[in-house]
Ligand binder design. Structure first.
Ligand SMILES: Nc1ncnc2c1ncn2[C@@H]1O[C@H](COP(=O)(O)OP(=O)(O)OP(=O)(O)O)[C@@H](O)[C@H]1O
Length: 835
């Protein structure tokens, strides 16, 4: 209901043309009304002016006198009458005939007054003022204000009647004369200046009674003049009357027009009223319809809402049912899936169990295979061991047979001597028997045959010896190969004096056992509980030499490698270890490896001559210092001669260009060479060791052997390397030039480790060229070579850290297996075919 009320008010507003879009057709009406009201106003003004004129008519009495009926006390204005229903023109009240003459009547009254005054003048001189005063009004010509008519009629054709002055009795005659003769000002009609006011103020004192003896003629003249003036005014009034009549006529026609307009407007108004009523009815109907529709809609809405609620409830119920159904299905599926899973699991379990069983069987089979393989390996190992033993026994047999052969040879030599002696005896006998020539010649032939026989035996023995030497070499190198082509041995030098400090706790293998393990008690370590522990670190090598072991025993171990060099292998023996660990002592001391090796080589060469082997031996001694090669045999220190490394890939040999090579044809020459090298070697003092060598020294011994009988030729190189100290940069506390040296040393040692590691991995690329040292030793490390590394260890507690580092490095090298070495030995035929 509240909505309805609001709507009703809205509808009301809608019908209000000012506030809504629904507009009444008022534009024309408003305009017409405005026009009409303007016109009506003018007419009303003019009428009011006319009334004013009427009211300004001097007296009622004058009007009465003139027989003119007084005007209606209250006449309706045109504007008032516009609202009244339109009357037919015939019903309209006829215009009052007097009204057209009002102005004229007024003027007539004035004229009567003036005539009376004239008559009165004739009788009494006071008549005029009295008549004037009796009216109470003076004729106010100014009241005939023409403005409204002027406005309605346009520019007036009538000359303005202004400037008409009421003669003033107080004025002097001359003045009056002047005022009569004076022309009216042009603007006096439009202006209401005081000059136009000819009326006498009511409070103006009445003219005094002229004294006796007044000139009557003069007075008559004056009256005549006034009469003329009055006449003139009368004429003017007549003109005015005519104009007014014309104006009245026009006004009437205007009134008619306006009346028509009013009628039209009334009609229109009625129409509009009807329209409005119709609209109002329409509006009411619409409101009712809307109300009805609204109620219908509300009813529908409620219905829909109920339906919707019902549907929602239905859907909820369905949803609940569906959800329950799905849950049930889900539960069923879940159960089924669980059952399936369980079954699958069981199956998988069974399968897995079966697989496990299979795997166990397989594993058992594999285990058996492995065991079998292991057994085979063990058998192989045993076979190898037995082979080795056989070889050893063969070797000892060979040595025995060699000794037997040597004995045989010596026996043969004695036999030969005996034969020689016998030969001499026989010759003596020949001389003796020359006399008996036949007997003598027979015995001579016998002797000769026996001699040939002996020589044949000797030759056979020699051939056998050479053959056996070849076989020995083969067997020996096979033995070497079985031992491994890179071997690592550890040597611990003795403590030189008690002043050196405390000795570290190092356990050496028992000489009786074949163990080659060294156990070093490590540095003190603090556990998380604050306990101080010292770990025992075991390191295993091919052999461990205790401090008491002398160079002689060391050399026994490496003599086989020296022999390999003589047999045409490239051999590299190097000493690795920290400064002061005994490298130089092992290598270059008077009974070190280098002198011993050369001595052994001399001995062997000498012996091999018997077996038709002739050897040449050349030695050179170079130093790698700050990654530069220096010739230790060149005392001149000529820096212009830069050493260059050249490799012969076919011969697997390395030569150093511009390097002095000494033919070592006697043992003395080796000693001299070593002394010279020792002198030239760069030795620099560091804080770690006063005599520490800051460079790697490499003694290169080239051995070329040829067998005149077998035409064999072999070319081997023995490299004996004394590496620079391996101490860490931090420990050495080196600075400046020393620091650079140490960095280069560490770098080249790291490169050596990298090369060995790459060889062990069987890498296709071995980084030989990363350092001068490895580049120089390219053909003596890996492939066609046999390598022995001595890791030198100091026994001192102070050097324990470096000792462990060195042992770890050596262990790494020891764990590396380098491929089989090959001899460069070839026959002359092979060599010629190659060339
Ligand atoms: N096995 C040994 N028996 C006796 N003395 C030894 C032994 N090993 C080394 N020495 C002595 O120890 C000292 C240091 O040895 P060596 O000069 O050989 O050390 P290094 O490792 O070669 O040092 P650097 O690399 O600085 O030359 C030398 O006086 C040497 O005589």
């Amino acid at each position: 209901m509240r909505t309805l009320t609001m709507e009703s008010s809205e509808n009301r507003n809608a019908l209000n043309p000012a506030s809504t879009k629904l507009r009444l057709p008022t534009t024309y009406a408003a305009t017409a009304l405005a026009t009409a009201s303007t016109g009506l106003k003018e007419i009303s003004d003019s009428q009011s002016n006319a009334r004013a004129q009427m009211s300004s008519i001097p007296t009622k009495r004058a009007a009465h006198d003139s027989g003119v009926a007084p005007p209606d006390p209250k006449r309706k204005t045109l504007a008032e009458r516009a609202g009244e229903p339109i009357q037919p023109k015939s019903q309209l009240p006829a215009p009052t005939p007097t009204s057209a003459f009002l102005t004229g009547t007024v003027s007539g009254a004035s004229i009567v007054q003036l005539a009376n005054a004239r008559n009165a003048n004739k009788t009494t001189t006071t008549a005029l003022p009295r008549a004037s005063s009796a009216t109470g009004h003076r004729p106010t010509y100014s009241s005939t204000n023409p403005s409204n008519f002027a406005k309605s009629l346009g520019p007036s054709s009538r000359p303005p009647v202004t400037g008409l002055r009421q003669p003033s009795f107080s004025q002097s005659t001359s003045n009056r004369q002047r005022s009569i003769s004076k022309p009216r000002p042009a603007t006096s009609m439009s202006s209401h200046g005081p000059s136009r006011d000819v009326s006498v103020a009511p409070n103006q004192p009445a003219p005094t009674q002229p004294p006796n003896g007044i000139d009557v003629d003069e007075r008559l003249n004056e009256v005549d003049a006034e009469w003329k003036v009055m006449k003139e005014a009368f004429n003017i009034s007549l003109q005015d009357k005519k104009a007014m009549e014309t104006a009245v006529q026009m006004a009437k026609s205007q009134v008619d027009t306006l009346e028509l307009e009013r009628q039209k407007l009334n009609e229109r108004n009625e129409l509009l009223q009807k329209e409005m009523d119709a609209l109002r009815q329409q509006f009411q109907q619409l409101t009712l319809t809307l109300e009805r529709q609204k109620m219908d809609h509300e009813y529908q809405l409620q219905n829909k809402s109920r339906e919707h609620e019902h549907e929602v409830k239905e859907l909820q119920r369905k949803l609940r049912d569906e959800s329950e159904r799905l849950q049930r299905i889900n539960r069923e599926e879940k159960d089924a899936f669980e059952r399936q899973c369980r079954a699958d699991l069981e199956g998988e379990k069974a399968k897995a169990a079966k697989e496990v069983q299979d795997l166990q069987q397989k594993l058992g089979a594999e285990q058996q295979d492995i065991n079998k393989t292991l057994l085979e390996r063990e058998r192989e190992l045993r076979q190898l061991q037995s082979q080795l033993d056989d070889l050893r026994s063969e070797l000892s047999q060979e040595q025995r047979s060699k000794r037997a052969l040597q004995e045989q040879i010596s026996e043969m030599a004695t036999t030969n001597g005996k034969l020689e002696a016998r030969n001499q005896g026989l010759r003596a006998q020949i001389d003796f028997l020359e006399s008996d020539s036949k007997q003598q010649s027979d015995s001579f032939a016998q002797m000769e045959a026996r001699l040939r026989e002996a020589l044949e035996i000797a030759e056979n023995a020699k051939q056998k010896l050479i053959k056996e030497e070849t076989e020995r070499r083969i067997l020996f190198n096979k033995y070497q190969e079985l031992k491994g082509n890179i071997r690592v041995m550890c040597r611990v030098r003795p403590a030189l004096s008690k002043t050196e400090g405390n000795e570290a706790k190092i356990m050496f293998p028992d000489a009786k056992t074949s163990s080659a393990q060294i156990e070093v008690t490590g540095l003190e370590e603090k556990s998380s509980f604050g306990n101080i522990n010292r770990k025992v670190l075991p390191f295993e090598f091919d052999r461990v030499f205790a401090p008491a072991v002398h160079n002689e025993e060391i050399f026994d171990e490496i003599s086989q490698l020296v022999q390999s060099a003589l047999d045409g292998y490239n051999v590299c023996i190097f000493c690795y270890g920290q400064t002061g660990s005994g490298k130089t002592y092992t290598m270059s001391s008077p009974d070190g490896m280098i002198p011993r090796a050369t001595h052994m080589i001399y001995d062997t060469i000498t012996k091999l001559r018997e077996k038709s082997w002739t050897y040449t031996m050349e030695g050179s001694f170079v130093e790698v210092y700050n990654e530069e090669l220096h010739d230790l045999l060149d005392g001149s220190n000529n820096s212009k001669k830069k050493l260059e490394i050249r490799h012969d890939d076919v011969r697997k040999q390395t030569t150093v260009l511009n390097c002095k090579t000494v033919a070592l044809d006697s043992a003395d020459k080796v000693e001299m060479m070593l002394k010279q090298a020792q002198n030239n070697r760069s030795v620099a003092a560091t804080k770690a060791n006063e005599r520490s060598s800051r460079s790697h020294s490499v003694f290169i011994l080239k051995l070329v052997g040829e067998n005149s009988v077998t035409n064999e030729r072999c070319e081997g190189t023995l490299n004996l390397v004394d590496l620079a100290g391996s101490e860490r940069l931090k420990h050495s506390q080196a600075e400046g030039e020393r620091m650079k040296e140490t960095q280069n040393i560490n770098k080249s040692l790291a490169c050596l480790g990298d090369v060995i590691e790459a060889l062990g991995r069987g890498s296709s690329h071995v980084p030989y060229r990363n350092s001068k040292l490895t580049h120089l030793l390219q053909y003596s490390l890996g492939g066609n070579s046999k390598t022995l590394m001595f890791v030198m260890v100091s026994p001192l507690e102070a050097h324990l850290k470096e000792t462990i580092t060195s042992l770890r490095f050596a262990t790494k090298v020891h764990n590396t297996h380098i491929g089989t070495a090959k001899s460069t030995k070839k026959t002359i035929k092979d060599r010629s075919s190659e060339s």
